[in-house]
Each structure stands twice: as C-alpha cells, then as structure tokens.
Write a new protein. Structure first.
Length: 264
C-alpha cells in the first residue's frame, strides 16, 4: 500500500464491530438507510433527530468517535451553497431581509434549506462511517456481489487507484524541484507572479504526461499478470446470518422512523 493509500485508509485497519462486519451487509444497509433519510419530509425534525441516533451509535461502535465523523461531514458544506437561494425564492412569510441587496427570506424557504442541510449531513455521516470502516476493495467487491455492472466498478476502482499514481508523481516532481532550488536567507526566492504561474503550468503539463505514461505501464503489468476486466479473489465466504440480520434491523429502524413520524 502506498503512502497516500495509508493516509486515506488508515482507519480501515482498526478493530471494532463495524470494521469486522462484512461489506456485503454494510453496503446495502448504508444505501437503503440513505434512501430513507433523503425521503424525510421538510420540517420533520423529529424524524431527523431519530435518524441521527444510528450515526452516533455507529461512531462509538467503530471506535472512531463522533468528532471524527463530524469532521468528515464538513465535505458536504460547499454543496449547501447551491440550496441557499431557495431561502429567498420560496414563497412564504418573510422572516428576514438582507440590508444591502434587499432580498427577503421566507419561513418556508429557510425550513427547506435547513431540512436539506440536515438530510445531507446525516447521509454523508452514514457514508463516512462506511468508508472509514471498510476498504475500497471490499466495497467494490460487495458491489459486484450485487451485480453492479463490471465496467462501472472497474471505472471506480481505477479512478481511485490512479489518484494515488498521480499523487506519487506529483510528490516526485516537487521533491525534484526542491532539490534543484536554493534560497538565500533574507532574500525572496523565485521570480515574479507571472514566472511562477508559467512554471506551475509546465509542472501540470509534465505531471499529466508522466501520469499517462505511468498508467500505461501499470496496465501492461496488470495484463501480464492475468487481469481480465475485474480483480479476482480466491476466497468467497458466505455472508454471516447475524450480520445480515443486523443490517436488516438498521434499515428497518430507518423505515420505521419514516412511517411512524408520518402516521403520528
């Protein structure tokens, strides 16, 4: 495993109940639970609060802690900007007015934005628990078990692995640049901003060419070792019944929350 993979997957080697669980149980449970979360009605805060409980329990069961999961969910914050205009375009009773531009936010718009934010946060937190307790290889292997098209799985696998190939090439280039550079204490190193931009452009172009050449060598090596379109595994143990029942209970809880809050 490369240094980049060790950084990304450093939590996959921990010892916990979720880490030991089979990916064939975790992947469908996460997928169906996320579907249940995204079907929450606008303003149904009770359902959203109840759906947070499995996230907290999973964070402690995985020995990762709630703070780790919370940090991973920050990834979804930039996407919230796409729904912010909904607060000013949804009709309803005016709650606040921006002083400079004069935009008015309605109560229905703010409720919609808050609901979308909560649903996104819970969904990302559940997904973060999956990828933090399961290696990418096991996740893709589970997808093939459920008959996800081989081409799609192979594309995801290579996109993930070649990310590290490009990262390694970038590290080599930066190390070579640093070894050929010198700076005098008290003096500014490098040239003008235009010169720096030109050098950065050269490095990006060189990185693309070197990564392409490296990928061809990697693929040729894979073919020489018998690669025929997807990874081959020697073992294929049956899914433990207890883990399948546990995954079904998690999904049943999410569905029960949705049904119960709608009937209440």
């Amino acid at each position: 495993m490369t240094a980049f993979a060790a950084v990304v997957e450093r939590y996959a080697a921990r010892e916990s109940v979720l880490h030991r669980a089979d990916a064939r149980a975790k992947v469908p449970a996460v997928f169906l639970t996320v579907l249940a979360v995204t079907s929450t009605r606008e303003g149904d805060w009770l359902a959203l609060a109840l759906l947070v409980i499995p996230v907290v329990v999973g964070a402690y069961a995985s020995k990762l802690g709630p703070w780790f999961v919370l940090r991973r969910t920050f990834l979804a914050l930039p996407f919230v900007l796409a729904v912010l205009p909904l607060a000013f375009t949804r009709p309803g009773e005016t709650v606040l007015t921006l002083p400079v531009v004069g935009w008015t936010a309605s109560d229905d718009g703010l409720t919609a934005v808050a609901t979308i934010l909560a649903r996104s946060w819970i969904a990302v937190a559940i997904t973060a628990l999956l990828v933090s307790t399961t290696t990418v290889v096991e996740i893709l292997r589970a997808l093939r078990t459920f008959r996800v098209p081989r081409l799609l799985v192979a594309t995801i696998f290579f996109a993930y692995r070649y990310f590290f190939v490009i990262g390694e090439e970038a590290v080599r280039m930066l190390r070579a640049r640093d070894s050929r550079s010198a700076s005098i204490p008290g003096h500014r190193a490098g040239g003008t901003l235009r010169w720096r931009a030109r050098v950065a452009g050269y490095m990006v172009g060189s990185l693309f060419v070197r990564s392409l050449d490296r990928s061809e060598r990697v693929y040729a090596a894979m073919q020489a070792r018998g690669y025929a379109g997807e990874p081959q595994f020697l073992d294929h143990a049956p899914l433990p019944v207890r883990q399948g029942v546990g995954a079904a209970l998690v999904v049943a809880y999410a569905v029960a929350v949705q049904v119960g809050t709608r009937l209440a």
